[in-house]
Write a protein that binds this ligand. Structure first.
Ligand code: GRF
Length: 186
């Protein structure tokens, strides 16, 4: 069993798909969920599965390094960190001090549309195909090596909402599958 931590800030639908994946369940033990938003749905989803959570508010700390030190102490025994809707940038300090592998899920076909509101950016730009990427995390925002991607065709009748829903479906399938591949290869 590999010990992992999942970082999230929102609804936690990707967390759920990772936590409940039948094959992944045999390979990983989710030690901890880290969340920077008090009241985020991901917290309840973790607790209802008996998974420990660490919920923090950045404003309670002097600076980013202070809260990252706190997080590092809690995840130092985890071999992997999976970012799933975590809305904070991981600093070079954290990357230099964490010994495991960090993966992120980003809703665009990287290197296109890095950063916030990636689905909206692609949709507003009238892309014919939009998609998702799973990548290693490095010091550049959404900039680490891409491991896997999937995409869909934007239909004439699509709205931002319908495309977003379909993008989430791709994420829910590809992220657990990619995690499984990565951990069984390492
Ligand atoms: C996903 O769309 C992911 O690509 C982005 O944040 C969203 C998280 O959703 N980074 P959820 O919290 O997993 O439901």
């Amino acid at each position: 069993m590999r010990k992992v931590a999942i970082f999230g800030s929102g609804t936690g639908s990707n967390f759920e798909k990772i936590a409940d994946h039948p094959l992944l369940k045999k390979e990983i033990s989710i030690d901890l969920v880290i969340c920077d938003k008090v009241g985020a749905a991901v917290i309840e989803k973790a607790e209802s599965r008996g998974i420990k959570t660490f919920v923090f508010s950045a404003k309670d700390y002097q600076d980013k390094v202070s809260y990252e030190k706190d997080i590092l102490e809690r995840v130092k025994d985890c071999q992997y960190i999976f970012l799933a809707g975590y809305m904070r940038i991981i600093s070079p300090y954290f990357l230099n001090n964490y010994k495991g592998i960090i993966l992120n899920l980003h809703p665009s076909l990287l290197p296109k549309y890095k950063g916030k509101d990636a689905i909206k950016q692609a949709f507003d730009n009238k892309e014919k195909e939009i998609g998702i990427s799973i990548h290693y995390v490095n010091e550049e925002l959404d900039g680490g090596d891409v491991i896997a991607q999937d995409k869909l065709k934007v239909l004439e009748e699509d709205t931002l909402e319908s495309v977003t829903e379909r993008i989430h479906k791709l994420e829910h399938k590809l992220y657990p599958e990619t995690i499984l591949k990565i951990i069984t290869a390492n």
